[in-house]
Design a protein around this ligand. Structure first.
Ligand SMILES: *[C@@H]1O[C@H](CO)[C@@H](O)[C@H](O)[C@H]1NC(C)=O
Ligand SMILES: *[C@@H]1O[C@H](CO)[C@@H](O)[C@H](O)[C@H]1NC(C)=O
Length: 375
């Protein structure tokens, strides 16, 4: 009797310990075996998914009709009628959309999905977008990335955090605002009196290199770097500067100088590091395909924005008082500056599977295949 009771107790202890052991093991393996790699997003309004909603700034997309085609049909802070580029990349890598870093709901295991640090209006330079007052400049976005890692460290430890970050995918989109909202913002801007265009491009790229080096030092190991789009062809610039619907020459010259030199800068950085950490996405080529041949991609127009007013619907903000097209999929541009969800899908298609003309030295499908064999 005594023996059977004690063996019963022993048995219970084993069962309890067994349960505990199983739970501990599950708890540990959950972290590194997250469903898919973490995703971290940095940059401007092309990739901001709501951080600016939490800031006192005019650079925001938190009122209708923004988000009209988003699953909730409500504005989120994305500068799109629906999904933006990071959302579509998240879908392709099989993960949930990242949350804005400033969202109070980004806590606990949601942090393992990654985070979006981007802020509409920012550029490479600290003085870009000063008219928007309160935006998260790129160096502050990087400081937030460091803080993110400290938060995750308290949950899973420094080593697992490093692994999460090293194995993560990073997207950074900068540069457009340094032209549109700085150098060319007003005639005789401070920067345009200080620098000729070629000298300004050099200056921007030297600073961009420092930013990317910092991203690497913070643990980023796969970074997609998008160049600028065709700055002179967006409805805002057509409305402001174009008489006959031709892309604005000076801004096209700027994009045409910046983009190829950015690829060279990434090459220098990669050879210094000794690895293909930085991948160039040629956003200009991706856009030019449907800008030069809108009908070929199912658009009725690549010049007129779906939402806006004035010539090309390119002047002012997109609001409830603006013209709004009934079918957003027929327009390459949603508002005066930002592609529609349909155009974003075409862009992400090239990011995933495009040739070297679009993705250099390789596309995201190749990166995914390469990285899955290494981990
Ligand atoms: C921008 O600000 C950051 C820190 O606030 C600084 O490290 C960086 O050097 C500045 N960039 C330029 C070009 O002055
Ligand atoms: C891009 O991805 C596709 C697969 O989707 C592949 O066949 C192709 O060779 C890749 N191109 C480059 C340049 O990596």
């Amino acid at each position: 009797m005594a023996i059977s009771i004690s063996s019963l107790i022993l048995h219970c202890v084993w069962v309890i310990m067994g349960v505990l052991t199983v739970r501990v093991v599950v708890g540990e393996s959950e972290v590194p075996k997250a469903k898919s790699r973490a995703f971290f997003v940095f940059g401007d309004s092309l990739v901001d998914n709501g951080n600016n909603n939490f800031l006192a700034t005019t650079a925001r997309a938190d009122s209708p009709p923004y988000g009209i085609d988003y699953p909730t049909h409500r504005p989120t802070g994305r500068f799109s009628n629906g999904l933006n580029i990071p959302d579509l990349i998240s879908q392709h890598i099989g993960s949930e959309a990242t949350m804005p870093y400033l969202s109070p709901m980004l806590t606990g295991p949601k942090l393992f999905i990654g985070a979006n640090f981007a802020s509409a209006g920012v550029g490479i330079l600290n003085d870009t977008g000063i008219q928007f007052v309160n935006i998260i400049r790129i160096w502050e976005q990087l400081a937030n990335f460091k803080q993110y890692q400290e938060r995750v460290s308290t949950m899973i430890g420094a080593e697992q955090t490093k692994k999460l970050v090293n194995q993560g995918l990073v997207l950074i989109t900068l540069g457009g605002n340094d032209f549109v909202n700085n150098y060319y913002l007003v005639p005789y801007s401070y920067r345009s009196r200080e620098f000729s265009l070629p000298a300004y491009v050099n200056y921007l790229l030297a600073e961009y290199q420092r930013i990317l080096q910092r991203l690497y030092d913070l643990g980023a190991r796969r970074v997609i770097v998008t160049g600028t789009g065709p700055l002179g062809c967006v409805p805002a610039e057509l409305g402001l500067r174009s008489r006959d619907g031709q892309c604005a020459v000076e801004l096209q010259r700027a994009a045409g100088m910046f983009n190829p030199q950015m690829v060279q800068m990434l090459d220098v950085l990669n050879s210094k590091i000794g690895n293909h950490v930085f991948i160039a996405a040629n956003a200009q080529e991706m856009h030019m395909d449907f800008i030069t041949n809108p009908q070929g991609y199912g658009f009725v127009s690549s010049k007129v924005a779906c939402c806006g007013q004035g010539p090309y619907n390119g002047l002012g903000l997109c609001t409830l008082a603006s013209n709004l097209c009934p079918n957003r999929d027929l327009y390459a541009f949603w508002d005066a500056f930002h592609p529609s969800e349909k155009a974003n899908k075409l862009i992400v298609k090239q990011i995933m599977a495009g040739s070297n003309k679009y993705m250099y030295p390789m596309n995201l499908s190749t990166i995914m295949a390469l990285d899955s064999t290494q981990n």
